[in-house]
Write a protein that binds this ligand. Structure first.
Ligand SMILES: C=C1C[C@]23C[C@H]1CC[C@H]2[C@]1(C)CCC[C@@](C)(C(=O)O)[C@H]1[C@@H]3C(=O)O
Ligand SMILES: O=C(O)CCC(=O)C(=O)O
Ligand SMILES: [Fe+2]
Length: 382
């Protein structure tokens, strides 16, 4: 597994970039995913991930709530992906977030380069992660910033971040993202209640943890690419985080691996795509699945997606609720009362730093992280 390369020296940071994301006759080698290139894209059938209407649940309607719980459970046991409508988020707020995204990636490259993530930080602009990796570069630009869930405790909101880091002319962009993140977070917290109820644990178990957590807000911009079959927008991976609340524009490109086949998640303007991440999988003792997915690019159209990666506090000890250990047995448990833990305790901050300094998130991030940590510290008995 390629470990991230150290970020370039300051002098190379000022080197004019070759802007490799523009269409070109031959794809630069570092963008060719020879082993995993998506190949012919028209063969990818759609995956009819469940579309769950949150309206009834949010209105406190018992029957609709039971229906939503059932659908969440079935999807999370299978592949960890579903779409939600009836979330109550005004579509004009989503459109404003896309307008903000167009403003961010529409900046001149010289200004974007000035916003590149600094070594040891997580936030800022990246093109193709070329400061972190030297091969299998994703055909995308990204802009990433943090969002504190407990706004009362937030020392510096999204608006301040944009005003201070990008410039006063981006204050309204900061507001658009601030409002978007607040709404997407509330949707995510509501879904965490459904997840808890679907597992038979206290309804507030997960949402209480995440109300004190934060999110990684990742804006993805995928330029068109003539060699769409040879490169990747975002390579195959499982999200190391807990719950992803993603909105994709109408172009399409998100795919989930199911039964050995890549399946397309059809975009819906009125829906968020929700998926379980590695950390939530550990919080459910492996009952709910964090699954491999990727984003492919398009030879004609640019594509954008907005991913809110919800995380617990960095010092939160990731473990399943005790009740869950009493009520669930997993098929490969040799311990018939289901008390077996699938993953050791770990602190979320440790896993996050692992993905930023040592390991490029892929299909085996959680397993690799646990192996790394267990080789460093004696196993904790529980
Ligand atoms: C903890 C994280 C690392 C990434 C952003 C969040 C959740 C998703 C991860 C990522 C998108 C998975 C694919 C590889 C990656 C390097 C990327 O393409 O951006 C990952 C993110 C990252 O390390 O910046
Ligand atoms: O762009 C997409 O649709 C998905 C991107 C993704 O999976 C990610 O950023 O983790
Ligand atoms: Fe992802």
């Amino acid at each position: 597994m390629e470990s991230p390369k150290s970020s370039p020296s300051p002098s190379s940071a000022s080197t004019p970039f070759p802007c490799p994301l523009n269409p070109s006759p031959g794809l630069p080698g570092e963008f060719v995913w020879s082993r995993e290139g998506p190949g012919p894209l028209d063969l990818v059938p759609a995956l009819d991930v469940p579309v769950i209407d949150l309206g009834g649940f949010l209105r406190g309607e018992l029957e609709e709530t039971s229906r939503a719980i059932e659908l969440v459970r079935a999807a999370c046991m299978a592949h960890g992906f579903f779409q939600v409508i009836g979330h109550g988020v005004d579509l004009s707020l989503i459109d404003a977030a896309y307008d903000a995204t167009d403003r961010v990636f529409g900046m001149p490259m010289s200004r974007k380069v000035g916003l590149r993530r600094k070594e040891g930080t997580f936030w800022g602009y990246s093109y193709a992660h070329s400061d972190r990796y030297s091969s299998n570069l994703p055909w995308k630009e990204t802009f990433t910033f943090g969002f504190e869930h407990n706004q009362a405790k937030s020392t510096r909101g999204v608006v301040d971040y944009f005003a201070d880091m990008v410039g006063r002319d981006f204050v309204h962009v900061g507001w658009a993202y601030q409002k978007y993140c607040e709404a997407a977070k509330e949707t995510g917290l509501a879904i965490m209640e459904l997840i808890a109820m679907s597992l038979g644990v206290d309804r507030g178990h997960y949402s209480r943890i995440f109300k004190e957590g934060s999110s990684i807000m990742r804006c993805n911009y995928y330029p068109p690419c003539e060699k769409e079959e040879e490169t990747m927008g975002t390579g195959p991976h499982c999200d190391p985080t807990s719950l992803t609340v993603l909105h994709q524009d109408g172009v399409g490109g998100l795919q989930v691996l199911l039964d050995g086949m890549w399946r397309a998640v059809t975009p819906r303007h009125d829906a968020f795509v929700i998926n379980i991440g590695d950390t939530m999988m550990a919080m459910t003792n492996g009952v709910y699945k964090s699954c491999l997915h990727r984003a492919v690019v398009n030879k004609e159209k640019e594509r954008r997606s907005l991913a809110l990666f919800m995380c617990p506090p960095e010092d939160h000890l990731v473990a399943p609720p005790p009740d869950l250990l009493l009520t669930t047995t997993t098929k490969d448990d040799d311990d018939d009362d289901g008390k077996v833990r699938k993953y050791p305790d770990f602190k979320w901050g440790q896993m996050l730093r692992f993905t930023q300094s040592q390991y490029r998130a892929d299909v085996a991030t959680l397993e690799s992280f646990i192996n790394t940590v267990s080789n460093q510290t004696p196993p904790k008995s529980r």
